[in-house]
Design a binder for this molecule. Structure first.
Ligand code: PEP
Ligand code: MG
Length: 602
């Protein structure tokens, strides 16, 4: 460690900005970690498609950094080493070789494991291949593959791990990069918060910090150069600010802010188990979205009124084979039993689009979002569909189960899906399996054609659930996974608001409830607008439930309706955004100050 400069020369009140990654405010001494630690790898499973996408991005970024690194080395080598430059060229080629690059990405996707482990597996496969080569020179080239992978691994892990056991007092850790695995090793007692120079809000590191409730700011450029061990830091994980060596006045501001935030958090926590009733006694439901059974506890802990969306792709993507009816049944039954008497809405398989499985044979095509996905896939692959329907129906005997079909685009799909459901019901009855004969059947409204047909579809359904993630994508022609158009992905787009209104009105005219289960439902900024548009239920990431419930309980239906009426009058996103933001800042300042960060943590 470089010796500290004299205290008088320390910077004071210097502010660094980064991305808020885990909410909370901490004040304490810095501990700067140099990045010269050896790479050590652990394995962990990815539990959502979002995580897989993040992991693939991490891998691609690490490869890009490695390429840059090698190119820089290549440029800097002196004449006498020029004859060895081909090694670096070879390394650049290896980086893009299928053996390493494609194999790693495939392994992340299909085995649902982290990039480090997937890369290690790819290297292992390469070692097996190379070991069979007779030519000793080519055989020994496996070393290059290993060297290049080490470089990529170093970029993936930031040259960690750091031995957390060495910390003797609670500190704010400052480190170039932190792998998710390192994050798991942080003892909350010793690491009060952390700052990294890399990373993003949705990285695994951030997600883990949130669940460990360790405040964090990531992507703070040059943090480890600007900060020295021993400096006092304020870390504001709510707005991504780091203050170096604050003076008494600055300290006071943050001590107050921390106090207010903690009071707010406590208050939010208290209301999470209360019913979501507005000031004028309008009852709504605030539910959780889950992707696998293990998330049920989290949903209950955060006060979910039920499961509004059980995405069932996980069991199909988890293995290299299709799950059996018994496996599915056991899983759905457990979820239904754990949630009883609250209800569980199980969505049938939405494979395709951004969710793939190697063992399900179909061509993804150039534009998978417009391809054979969700209900279209199930209506083609009838055996898979029937097996899942049997499992869901059988689980319905053990709790309040509802069924929901994704990506409906017209009446025919509903007719076909319902006919198959009726056949499966008959089959189960013949075999003597118990099930709920009047299990409610809902439709997900996430394609613009379904919005236009909402009045007709409502007659075929027991409820609607609007999947705004897809609806926004299809309505605005914005690929939901494409970061180049991410700024155009606007939930408050006037067209989106009108669509929601149209679906709600059609649903209500037919006497059925209308839920929203896309990410939009979990952003507290939108809660009053959605309520005002008449949405009956909101289903979201469990962490958002307490904040959203608090808003519902502090709002009146009358004001929400007025709010929505105004919002609907604007013609541009900017106008709607500034209207909604302005009202919310006035009406719910604390939610605006802290609530979004708390709710969007994951
Ligand atoms: C949606 O599209 O809003 C939705 C909830 O479904 P998914 O995100 O799984 O496509
Ligand atoms: Mg969807």
């Amino acid at each position: 460690m470089t010796p500290l400069a004299a205290r008088e020369t320390w910077p004071q009140n210097k502010v660094l900005k980064g991305i808020p990654a885990s909410p909370g405010i901490v004040i304490g001494p810095a501990h700067v970690v140099s990045d010269k630690y050896k790479v050590q790898i652990n394995r962990y499973y990815l539990t959502s498609d979002k995580q897989i996408a993040v992991e693939i991005d991490r891998f691609r970024d690490a490869v890009a950094l490695t390429r840059e690194e090698i190119s820089t080395i290549k440029k800097s080598i002196t004449d006498e080493f020029q004859e060895h430059a081909y090694i670096l060229d070879a390394h650049l080629l290896i980086l893009q070789d299928k053996l390493l690059y494609d194999a790693t990405i495939r392994t992340i996707q299909y085995e649902r494991i982290n990039a480090e482990w997937a890369l290690q597996e790819a290297v292992h496969q390469a070692q097996i291949l190379f070991s069979k080569i007779a030519d000793p020179y080519i055989k020994s080239r496996i070393q290059d593959v290993e060297d290049v992978s080490q470089r990529v691994l170093r970029h993936l892990t930031g040259g960690n791990p750091f031995d957390f056991g060495k910390l003797t007092e609670p500190v704010i850790l400052v480190i170039h990069d932190l792998s998710p695995v390192d994050t798991t090793q942080m003892s909350v007692a010793k690491v009060k918060g952390f700052i990294t120079e890399t990373g993003g809000k949705t990285s695994h590191t951030a997600i883990m910090a949130q669940s460990l409730e360790i405040p964090a700011v990531v992507a703070v450029e040059k943090a480890s150069q600007e900060i020295a061990t021993g400096y006092t830091l304020i870390l504001d994980g709510l707005n991504g600010t780091v203050v170096i060596n604050p003076d008494a006045k600055m300290l006071d501001i943050y001590v107050q802010r921390k106090k207010k935030f903690e009071e707010f958090k406590l208050d939010v926590g208290k209301s999470s188990f209360l019913p979501a009733i507005t000031l004028d006694e309008h009852q709504t439901q605030v539910l959780a979205n889950i992707e696998f059974q293990e998330e049920v506890d989290l949903a209950l802990d955060y006060g979910a009124d039920g499961i509004g969306l059980y995405r069932t792709e996980f069991l199909f993507l988890r293995h290299q084979r299709l799950p059996t009816e018994e496996e599915l049944f056991e899983d759905y039954r457990s979820v239904a039993q754990m949630m009883r008497p609250k209800r569980v809405t199980i969505r049938t398989l939405d494979i395709g689009g951004d969710k793939f499985a190697s063992h399900l044979e179909y061509a993804p095509g150039i534009n998978p979002a417009l391809g054979l996905r969700a209900i279209r896939f199930c209506l083609k692959e009838r055996t898979i569909f029937r097996t899942q329907l049997r499992a869901i129906l059988r689980a319905s005997a053990y709790g309040q189960v509802r069924l929901m079909f994704p990506l409906i685009s017209g009446i025919q799909e509903v007719t076909d899906a319902r006919r198959i459901l009726a056949e499966v019901q008959e089959e189960l009855a013949r075999e003597g399996h118990p099930f709920q004969p009047d299990m409610p059947v809902g439709l997900m409204i996430e394609v613009p054609s379904a919005v236009m047909l909402a009045d007709l579809l409502a007659k075929e359904a027991d409820f609607f659930s609007i999947g705004t993630n897809d609806l926004i994508q299809y309505a605005l022609a914005i690929d939901r996974g494409n970061k180049h158009v991410a700024n155009m992905y606007q939930p408050l787009h006037p067209a989106v608001l009108r669509m929601i209104k149209q679906v709600v009105d059609a649903g209500h005219a037919a006497g059925i409830t209308v839920a929203v289960c896309g990410e939009m439902a979990g952003d507290p900024l939108y809660t009053p607008v959605l309520l005002g548009l008449g949405v009956d239920e909101l289903s979201m990431n469990a962490l958002a439930i307490p904040v959203v419930k608090r808003i519902v309980r502090h709002a009146s239906m009358e004001e929400a309706q007025e709010f929505a009426r105004h919002a609907l009058q604007y013609g541009t996103v900017d106008e709607v955004n500034s209207y909604v933001t302005g009202i919310m800042a006035k009406r719910f300042p604390e939610v605006f100050m802290f609530g979004r960060e708390l709710a969007s943590a994951a």
